[in-house]
Ligand binder design. Structure first.
Ligand SMILES: *Cc1c(COP(=O)(O)O)cnc(C)c1O
Length: 377
């Protein structure tokens, strides 16, 4: 048996919708993008949504919109995808990493508070709802307000979650989403920012498109001169992306249900076999983006090779960011700086998780993981 690491869930509905969009006037940012922005903002219970080319662009442009740049600092967890912290560096600001919790792998809020106490140049915090479980946003909001800093949620893993009655984007000042090929809502490449700050949303609409005062839609009805208000970028969502997203949105919950079922099977089987994984705290709804196990000490790469030899697709999400070459050279980080992120980065191993995964495949993965655990424990 061969089990792919990931298969997307786009199908006949998307094919039909794409043909309709191709038959229409707009390929770029047009009526479909506008519709997606309206529907997504409403779904997430937040005032505004701006469609973008990626989550990375969303994180970067939001910080630019807030005026964050050289001389400023922004907090990122050391256990995340590099996009989180790279986007900070692109603004000209510096990254302040915080370590993560041993059991959930989510950013350690005590370290966030300590960093804010020590360093007045920190302007924002980027909490990452890693693997689909939300950071404690109520507590984080309290901390951010105490030090008067912004919260920019990295929601690349997390649309469907809930914690303490709060959903992604509700307590942050802004939240960035990814619609990259393997994310829970996917169109190949794409992203969006949601926010209740009208001013930020207006600014994002301008800086996502060169700083032009009018978009293609504004210009097509009746040509009017546009001006360039400021130096923007090129990161607008376009209608082909928006079409694929709009057709999937009504299925988001049922796709989540299947992934949740798969995770429950994994968790039951692995608990019995004594295999560790990040816990979902009681009362939380986990968006179930990635399922990772924590392999025996020093054996992750052997474990990974073993599963690959059994034709099971696997990945590593993630090795700690501060120990990547670029970050070591830029900031002089060394082993021991963020020990929990380092430890998780050395033992984490992601298994196949997607709605199309069949029961026989799940059983096969479980058998082989337990077998590998016996070999390497
Ligand atoms: C995928 C991902 C991103 C970047 O998303 P893009 O849309 O590819 O830019 C950012 N943060 C995390 C945690 C991710 O997993």
């Amino acid at each position: 048996m061969k089990v792919e690491f990931y298969k997307h869930s786009l199908g006949e509905l998307e094919k039909k919708a794409i043909v309709e969009t191709l038959d229409s006037l707009f390929l770029t940012t047009g009526p479909k993008t506008k519709e997606f922005e309206e529907v997504f903002a409403k779904n997430m219970g937040v005032g505004r949504c701006v469609g973008l080319s990626s989550c990375t662009a969303g994180l970067f442009l939001t910080m630019k919109g807030w005026g964050i740049g050289q001389g400023d600092k922004v907090i990122s967890p050391a256990m995340t995808f590099i996009a989180t912290s790279n986007s900070i560096i692109h603004t000209g600001a510096d990254v302040v990493f915080c370590d993560v919790d041993k059991e959930t792998a989510l950013i350690d809020l005590n370290q966030v508070e300590d960093s804010l106490k020590k360093d007045k140049s920190i302007k924002a915090i980027i909490p990452v709802h890693l693997y689909g479980q939300m950071v404690d946003m109520k507590s984080l909001r309290g901390i951010a307000d105490k030090f008067n800093v912004k919260i920019l949620e990295d929601c690349a893993h997390c649309i469907e979650a809930e914690r303490d009655g709060i959903t992604p984007g509700q307590l942050g000042d802004a939240a960035a989403f990814s619609f990259y090929a393997t994310k829970n809502l996917a169109c190949g490449e794409g992203g969006a920012v949601i926010t209740n700050e009208q001013q930020l949303a207006d600014e994002l609409k301008v800086i996502r498109l060169h700083g032009m005062s009018k978009s293609a839609v504004d210009r097509h009805i009746k040509y009017k001169h546009w001006d360039m208000e400021l130096l923007g970028y090129k990161a607008n969502m376009f209608d082909i992306q928006a079409t694929l997203l709009l057709t999937q949105l009504p299925r988001l919950e049922s796709l989540w249900q299947r992934r949740n079922e798969i995770c429950n099977k994994y968790e039951n089987a692995f608990s019995k076999a004594g295999i560790d994984f990040p816990i979902t705290l009681g009362g939380n709804k986990n968006a179930r983006h990635l399922f990772t196990i924590w392999t025996p000490n020093g054996k992750r790469d052997d474990f990974l090779t073993y599963l690959q030899e059994q034709e099971i697709g696997v990945a590593v999400n993630y090795r700690s960011v501060h120990m990547r070459d670029y970050y070591i050279k830029k900031y002089g980080f060394k082993l021991g700086d963020f020990p929990v992120a380092e430890e998780i980065g050395e033992k984490t191993l992601s298994l196949p998780l997607y709605p199309k995964l069949e029961n026989l495949e799940i059983d096969y993965v479980i058998d082989k993981v337990i077998e590998a655990h016996k070999v390497f424990a």
